[in-house]
Ligand binder design. Structure first.
Ligand code: ATP
Ligand code: MG
Length: 436
């Protein structure tokens, strides 16, 4: 196949037959976010490269290997967003949100771009849902954000998933920890991968997040950050745990979680599943108390998370969750002849105004082919208009499941269809039409 017929490696298409799943999942995400006061924010797909360099951190995989960076025609270096936090924080500083009433609670959905080795659950264009809670330092905020992630997952049908939490402390208590890590890794330096050898001086905590099996095995025995927390960070972490318990959320403490981005402080967490292979982290997040200041704003403690929607789709499939499907067509009107076609257009128009999903032939097909199409699109009801229907002013609306037919006046199709739907056992159709 030539390139013109082939999607770019690592990108995917969401086909019309599957888009209802994405619509369901995305609407649940934003709906659940609103229960906690999080409102949608939309930021650009690309930013000045500096926005990501300064926030994500220049020793991270994302910045070192994965960014889609290019010069635009004006010679500016821009980068397709590899994640949302940097752009949201850039916006919050630029538009003054950080100086207004805090906390500012934002939620987002959209595409992210990382030049990675494509495999199941790892793409070059993927989609994230996430939130940023700007200006909240209390442990209750950490628990609230985690509870929101948990509820999003359960509202879309994912119950079997585990929450792992950790605290990576503040820059103060991290000093001792980083020193201990350096000592430890120095003793193993010959076995580390080249990237990690480089990380040893610049940011040894990154080694804990290396995906190479040898580095991971060494990292597994490294000193753990929770042994180095200062009193404030320890108490904060303990309080987060108490709040999680109060919210009824189960968790395990995993002192090996450090997250792949540099800006995190104190609480970090992941939702992981054993059901989707190697790419097991569905959601990752944490607190980033220093980021806004580091990006040129005021010192405003904040936190957030991001979940990968493709991984969520894989998980839903692996766990056999059936998402509610949407009926594509309430009534299909087959028409024979020009006059009948005009009438069909008129009736469809009236039906759509009333909120019904109505379709008629737009391909100039014969009656048999039209009915075949009605079948194919799973129309709930169908009707035929020809010369005799135009003459009598009446048509028969057929229930495609039972074959039962009901007569309706040509001018009263919407009313008849409504009562048919009401009296029929087509529960989902009724819900859709009546807007329940
Ligand atoms: P990983 O360790 O799997 O590379 P990460 O730490 O780089 O993940 P984050 O930057 O925290 O991931 O992004 C949050 C979530 O976005 C991840 O938990 C995952 O669900 C999703 N995600 C990240 N990178 C990709 C990708 N290349 N393709 C699909 N989903 C991704
Ligand atoms: Mg990654």
């Amino acid at each position: 196949m030539s390139e013109i017929n082939r999607a770019v490696k690592g990108t995917g298409d969401i086909l019309p037959a599957d888009s209802y799943k994405w619509q369901f999942v995305e609407s649940k995400m934003l709906e659940t976010a609103r229960l906690y006061g999080f409102k949608e924010i939309r930021v650009p797909v690309f930013e000045h490269t500096e926005v990501f360099l300064r926030s994500v951190g220049d020793t991270t995989d994302v910045v070192q290997k994965e960014m889609y960076t290019f010069d635009d025609k004006g010679g500016r270096s821009v980068t397709l967003r590899p994640e949302f936090t940097a752009g949201v924080i850039r916006c919050a500083i630029e538009k003054g949100l950080v100086n207004g009433a805090l906390p500012v609670k934002t939620a987002y959905i959209g595409g992210c771009y990382r030049y990675e080795k494509p495999q199941a659950g790892r793409l070059r264009e993927f989609h994230q849902f996430g939130v940023e809670c700007i200006g909240a330092s209390a442990p209750a905020a950490d628990a609230e954000v985690i509870a929101l992630a948990r509820q999003v997952l359960s509202n879309i049908g994912i119950e079997k998933i585990s929450l792992e939490i950790n605290s990576i402390g503040c820059p103060e208590c991290r000093k001792d920890y980083v020193a201990a890590l350096k000592d430890y890794f120095k003793n193993n330096i010959d076995d580390l991968c080249d990237t990690c050898k480089d990380r040893l001086e610049r940011n040894p905590m990154r080694i804990l997040d290396c995906k190479s099996p040898v580095c991971s095995a060494i990292a597994a025995k490294a000193p753990v950050v929770t042994d180095y927390l200062c009193d404030d960070c320890r108490e904060h972490f303990e309080a987060v745990k108490r709040h999680l318990t109060a919210a009824g959320i189960g968790f395990t403490v995993n002192p090996h979680i450090v997250r792949g981005l540099d800006y995190y402080t104190r609480t970090v967490f992941e939702f992981v599943s054993g059901d989707i292979g190697a790419q097991s982290t569905v959601c990752g997040g944490g607190r980033y108390d220093g980021l806004i200041f580091q990006m040129g704003g005021p010192s405003v403690p904040s936190l957030g998370f991001a979940m990968g929607i493709e991984r969520i789709m894989l998980l839903l499939e692996a766990q056999g969750t059936v998402l509610p499907s949407v009926r594509d067509c309430d009534l299909y009107i087959a028409a024979m002849g020009d006059a009948a076609q005009l009438k069909a257009t008129e009736i469809c128009s009236a039906l759509r105004t009333d909120g019904f999903k109505a379709q008629t032939d737009i391909c100039g097909r014969g009656l048999k082919a039209q009915m075949k199409y009605a079948d194919k699109i799973n129309a709930a009801f169908s009707a035929v208009i020809g010369g005799s229907e135009l003459e009598t002013g009446k048509i028969r609306i057929k229930n495609m499941k039972t074959g039962e037919e009901t007569e309706a006046g040509l001018d009263g199709v919407p009313d008849t269809l409504m009562s048919l739907i009401r009296s029929d056992a087509l529960g989902d159709l009724e819900d859709a039409v009546l807007g329940k």
